[in-house]
Design a protein around this ligand. Structure first.
Ligand SMILES: Cc1cc2nc3c(=O)[nH]c(=O)nc-3n(C[C@H](O)[C@H](O)[C@H](O)COP(=O)(O)O)c2cc1C
Length: 329
């Protein structure tokens, strides 16, 4: 490591951290903190106040989020011709050591364009379907483009989501990270706001009422909850569903690094996506998908991405992020 690398000034630190924090994080909780150590390494730490113990009891999604942020930092460093070594296993979640002469990584161009798209997709075109199918060659993405099979996954997703959302504790925790109206505290800082969830102001308001502790159980009892939370039509509008799977023995941190790169590779095709992690978090759904798509037993289903093209009239909403100055510890 050279001295020049050890001395990022305040502006450079903020710029690097802001770029690293553009990485995806579960529920947009942004749990990753960055420490510029005296020896020049950059350490990854956790803000332990930002856990989601009900939705992520083992912390696996948090660890994936740290991995994604670390990968974001590596991409940002490579753009400055600095190559990064990542060490895990010490006091920090990871230590990123800096070394000279990295080549910029072409995926970095797509960091600012990548964002979750939770609306319906534009009608699939053959070129997009073919581009998606090529991703399967990498070995960790099983690509489903047959509309009938996408429709089956859509139904499985809605069934699985309903089971998950029936759990009041899960719902309460999720709602605590949802911002239904523009006036909501933290609307543009963290969590999932109505815009990011592709809800109009009226739909956002209504969703807040439906997801509450009183109404949801009643609606559910009358069978009215499913149509309100259903995303099946969005899934079937996709050009494809990508089942993203990794070796079962891989650490969640490393899985998170690859998760971010896989998402950027799809962004590089000019496509956008929405993860449907309920399909991987539910053991029943994950087992069914692994069996149906011949995913080996020694691999874990990480998530399923629904992928397509954003409709031409739909603009990407502003990124919701904490100021980078709050992420440096
Ligand atoms: C491990 C992991 C799982 C995720 N699962 C879901 C999901 O099931 N549904 C969803 O809408 N977004 C999911 N996301 C995406 C995050 O909500 C999203 O990255 C975050 O809100 C930040 O928004 P952005 O991706 O637009 O930058 C997941 C992200 C991570 C890291």
């Amino acid at each position: 490591m050279s001295d020049a690398m050890a001395t990022f000034d305040e502006y450079e630190r903020i710029t690097l951290v802001a770029e690293a924090n553009l990485a995806p994080s579960v529920h947009n909780i942004q749990p990753t903190r960055f420490r510029f150590a005296p020896d020049g390494a950059i350490e990854i730490h956790e803000d332990a106040r930002r856990r989601i113990p009900v939705g992520d009891p083992t912390g696996a999604d948090n660890r994936k989020s740290f991995g994604a942020a670390a990968e974001g930092l590596v991409l940002a460093l490579a753009a400055r011709n600095i190559s990064a070594g990542i060490e895990t296993g010490g006091d920090a979640i990871a230590r990123i050591t800096l070394h000279p002469e990295a080549a910029p990584d072409p995926l970095r161009t797509h960091v600012s364009k990548r964002a979750t798209w939770r609306g319906a997709f534009d009608r699939p075109i053959t070129r997009d379907v073919k581009a998606l199918e090529k991703l399967a060659a990498g070995g960790d993405m099983t690509v489903v483009t047959d509309p009938a099979r996408i429709a089956e996954i859509a139904t499985l997703y809605d069934d699985t989501s309903l089971v998950t959302l029936r759990d009041g504790a899960y719902r309460a925790e999720l709602v605590s990270w949802m911002r239904f109206t523009r006036g909501a505290k933290n609307w543009s800082r963290d969590g999932l706001n109505a815009e990011a969830m592709a809800l109009s102001p009226f739909e956002g308001f209504a969703a807040g009422v439906v997801m509450g502790p009183l109404l949801f159980p009643v609606l559910n009892a009358f069978g009215a909850a499913r149509p309100l939370i259903a995303e099946g039509a969005k899934v079937t509008s996709a050009a494809g569903v990508v089942l993203f799977h990794r070796p079962a023995s891989e650490s969640d941190f490393d899985t998170g690094r690859r998760f971010y790169r896989a998402w950027l590779e799809i962004t590089a095709l000019g496509l956008c996506l929405c993860p449907m992690s309920a399909l991987a978090d539910s053991q029943t759904a994950a087992t069914e998908l692994k069996r149906a798509y011949d995913i080996a037993d020694d691999r874990k289903l990480v998530t399923a991405f629904r992928v397509g093209r954003r409709p031409p009239n739909a603009k990407q909403t502003p990124r919701v992020r904490l100021p980078a100055s709050e992420l440096i510890v």
